[in-house]
Design a binder for this molecule. Structure first.
Ligand code: GSH
Length: 346
């Protein structure tokens, strides 16, 4: 009798676990049903998210959403983009207007806890910097006492700026502007002496000024800005899809799986490559990792076919062949001395 009772309780427990997993499957099911991913991006930052005249979006943040769409649909075009200001981005995610926010957003503790979000990883390690006119004759951020500084509201940038000036006994006059192009314009027209934001964005902003060569980025990097995609808390299945899409991009780069060779790689004898690409073993058994996150067996192959691996995305959007010309640096793979490291698909 006692054993029977224990058995009944155990199976009830199993049912309860199943129900919890099903209940949290909201966003992935919803995305599959509507046929696209709704992705929150910036209002226009070269290298990260920028629309052309035909409203075709490109950039590292854009490609991350295209990677998620590729994982789910095998089609990188199954994404709709919502341009958002730094101020509006969190409400858009919280309200369900977007499925994922991929917008030069810094992973911080409050965003990851009390604000109700979860970051899936760091797609770009960045840090905050300052840009000034060469004519100002300043070569260090420590010489900016009393400067007028252009900054966007609702950002880590604004908070770090306050901390930095306080810590160094300096004052500044904040020129706070939400709209990104108005912020750039204000700086370009000399309504402030300094523009401060994530260093990567500074280079992007400089390339959009009237005379980029008249401006320099100062040497100080005053903060850690780990930028990455985030989702709402409470949806483990969706969180896993986004998180493992990021890991898959890194694992693919590490294994040398590229957009151009992914089909050939499916014929590789390397068991790790076969496993990652979802190819059956000699006995015909599939590796089984796709169903574990609600996707097809070849979900990683679909990602790489759609957008390439992480290194390819980096090179295409912000790397040495682009106007931003950013070195891999800390964004190199761990095995090349960088910080980009993904757990194994196993
Ligand atoms: N990483 C910062 C935000 C950086 C940011 O978005 N900065 C403003 C001022 S330049 C902006 O609109 N950036 C351009 C963009 O990403 O669209 C944060 O998460 O708070």
């Amino acid at each position: 009798m006692k054993r029977l009772l224990v058995g009944a309780i155990l199976s009830l427990g199993a049912i309860a676990i199943l129900t919890a997993a099903e209940a949290s499957a909201g966003t992935l099911d919803n995305v599959k049903k509507k046929g696209f991913v709704q992705c929150g991006v910036s209002q226009g930052t070269t290298g990260f998210s920028l629309p052309d005249a035909q409203n075709n979006w490109t950039g590292l943040d854009v490609d991350f959403c295209r990677a998620v769409a590729s994982a789910i649909f095998g089609d990188p075009t199954k994404v709709k983009f919502s341009p958002l200001s730094a101020q509006d981005r969190f409400t858009a995610l919280q309200s369900g207007e977007i499925d994922i926010l991929s917008r030069t957003t810094t992973w911080t503790m409050s965003r990851d806890t009390s604000m109700g979000f979860l970051f899936a990883g760091t797609t770009f390690y960045d840090g905050q910097g300052f840009m000034v006119r060469k004519a100002l004759g300043v070569d260090s951020a420590l010489k900016l006492d009393g400067a007028a500084i252009c900054v966007a509201p609702g950002t880590t940038t604004e908070l770090n700026l306050n901390d930095y000036f306080k810590a160094h006994g300096m004052t500044f006059k904040g020129v706070v502007i939400e709209d990104q192009s108005q912020l750039r314009q204000a700086y370009d027209e000399g309504r402030c002496d300094v523009l401060t934001t994530d260093s990567s964005i500074l280079y992007s902003e400089r390339s959009a000024l009237k005379a980029p060569g008249d401006h320099i980025v100062l040497p100080e990097v005053i903060s850690k800005e780990p930028l990455g995609p985030l989702v709402r808390q409470g949806d483990d299945a969706w969180f896993n899809v986004v998180k493992w899409t990021y890991f898959a991009l890194l694992d693919a780069e590490e294994l040398g799986i590229k957009q151009s060779n992914v089909e050939d790689m499916k014929k590789s004898d390397n068991p790790e490559i076969r496993r990652v690409l979802g190819v059956a073993d000699a006995g015909g058994a599939a590796p089984g990792f796709g169903p574990g996150i609600g996707l097809e067996e070849d979900w990683v192959a679909k990602i790489v076919k759609g957008v390439g691996n992480y290194g390819e995305i980096f090179a295409r959007n912000v790397g040495s062949g682009t106007p931003l010309n950013i070195a891999r640096g800390v964004n190199a793979l761990w095995k090349d001395g960088g910080l980009q490291y993904a757990p194994p698909i196993r």
